[in-house]
Design a binder for this molecule. Structure first.
Ligand code: ZN
Length: 150
């Protein structure tokens, strides 16, 4: 357990300090904004979606270390995925963050994202970690409106 929490901290700190795909995406055709009023996390997610594939994805904004690290991990894991694959991943991550995904095989399939499974032990942080995912989902669905964790 202490190994896991140490790894968790390292990954969160690394992605918070050097977030991946942290920029405005030129040529994005799906975007959405997300806001978590409980913590003040606010992000815009940009998606370039073509031929049923997420060709590129990025985010911008500000928030706590967990929200930023989660968004960074998300962009790295969604690039190149089809809409169907992204939906499956979204559903798994959502369940993992609320502690409803507890089989080892499912966690294994999540790869690096499984680092975030520790978040379900901190209920006040769940919305920080899930914000970027809900924002991505709104963008993919083309809803184009403000995604809120409320
Ligand atoms: Zn937060």
């Amino acid at each position: 357990m202490s190994d896991l929490s140490e790894l968790y901290q390292q990954v969160i700190l690394d992605h918070n300090k050097s977030p991946r795909n942290f920029r405005k995406l030129e040529g994005a055709n799906r975007t959405a904004e997300g806001y978590n009023p409980l913590c003040g996390d606010q992000f815009t997610v940009y998606v370039k979606f073509e031929d049923d594939v997420i060709k590129d994805i990025s985010f911008q904004g500000s928030g706590c270390a967990i929200s930023k690290a989660s968004a960074s991990l998300m962009t790295a894991s969604l690039k190149g995925k089809t809409e169907g694959e992204a939906e499956i991943l979204f559903d798994r991550v959502r369940k993992m963050l609320i502690g409803e995904l507890d089989t080892k095989s499912n966690l294994h399939e999540l790869g690096k994202l499984s680092i975030l499974s520790g978040v379900c032990n901190f209920p006040s942080r769940v919305k920080c970690a899930s914000l970027s995912w809900h924002t991505f989902h709104a963008a993919l669905k083309g809803e184009g409106k403000l995604a809120s964790t409320e």
